[in-house]
Design a protein around this ligand. Sequence first.
Ligand code: SF4
Length: 452
Amino acid sequence: MAEPSPASRAGLLPGDEIRSMNGQVPRDVIEYQLIADESVVDFEVSRGGLDLALSVEKAAGDPLGMEISSAVFDQVRTCDNHCEFCFIYQLPKGMRKSLYLKDDDYRLSFLYGNFTTLTRFTEADLERVIDQHLSPLYVSIHATDPDVRARMLRNRRGATSLRWLRLLLDNGIEVHGQVVVCPGVNDGAVLHDTLAGVLDRFPELATAALVPLGVSRYTTEASMRSHSPEEASAVVSAVAEWQPIFERAVGRRLLYAADEYYLLARCPFPPAEDYDGFEQHENGIGMARAFEADLLGARSGALAGGAGHTTGFFKWVEGAPAEGYRAPRAPAQPVHITFGGHRDPLPPVVLTGEYGARVLAPLLAQVGREDVEVVAVRNTFFGGNIAVTGLMTGSDVASVLSNMSEHRRYLLPDVCLSNGLFLDGVKVSELPRRVEIVATDGRSLLSALGSR
Ligand code: SF4
């Protein structure tokens, strides 16, 4: 609760449980915000077992000055699929409960950019999306062949739920799609068939991203495996082949491959302009080029796509309390945890995932920062092919740090944290060395590094 604010002046207190606003029970932050924007908001709240009525008066559109504790007030709609590539099934036992939530909720798609398969989407949901213009949304396509899609989702509704995608597009909703490519399942000829299906049935899609499945050492699915470099190369080639086809047919490239594919295939990344505004940056598309553009000063301001979303695995497992419709959890500017009230003039070390290190080390050399050591933190917690920075865990970072000097500055990207916690529940304060948390973008890193 902000002090002073219209809400505090009206007598609302932290911890009040909202029963209704203007006679309605908002189901989520989207409905909450619509009511909160009105000039008079009548609250029924419960406080310590007492029911109270309070009224807030303010200018229409002015904020109430309240923070709410979750984005969805009824239940998050969970997914009824059982995808063999699902990363949640590949988490070890005993992690915190929120990490095991399989959501398939169009509201979280709108609020946080989570991908939905639409298998639980309904006519009423469609009406609401259109009425409130909840756009853009993010849809998992995986395959346009109904049988392949149903098999991949292990849900017969997977065969038909893309009909909702058609209706969303028909009603002017912007939709970004993704295909999680699983080698031997929906790559090769199936992938080409899917891309033809996208062109044929969903040409209005804003973008479509090809992303590799993540395979942890906890997978129980024998058929799920990482891409070989040749398979990664085939995905990169498919994008190179289909982008001009989409460009000719719909006037834009539409299709992009995740950075991981270029790293795996040992191909150069496409130039930054080929990412057309980095619309699926949060999904690992063009992150390296965006970072490079930041570092080299070629890009200023927020990303065109996904601005306001938090990044990494946490964005969909632990929804930040949304302020308004879209809530950034990661601050735009670096947050430094400093010790002793000053920034140590010690040789800097950047801790990052194995993929991040491959991108970052040459970039820092390019901007003349050879003084910065980039340390790749191997992901032994998850194992498998997990090498992205967003899935770095505290235990792995701790084991690297415990072998490193106390007399260095350690910088850690915020993408691997949620409220100061790593995925494995380790707190930043439990690390064996002091670290500074830096927002995961090139400008923030440069600013945190300061001058040599
Ligand atoms: S739809 Fe997503 S959450 Fe649900 S099983 Fe598939 S991968 Fe997991």
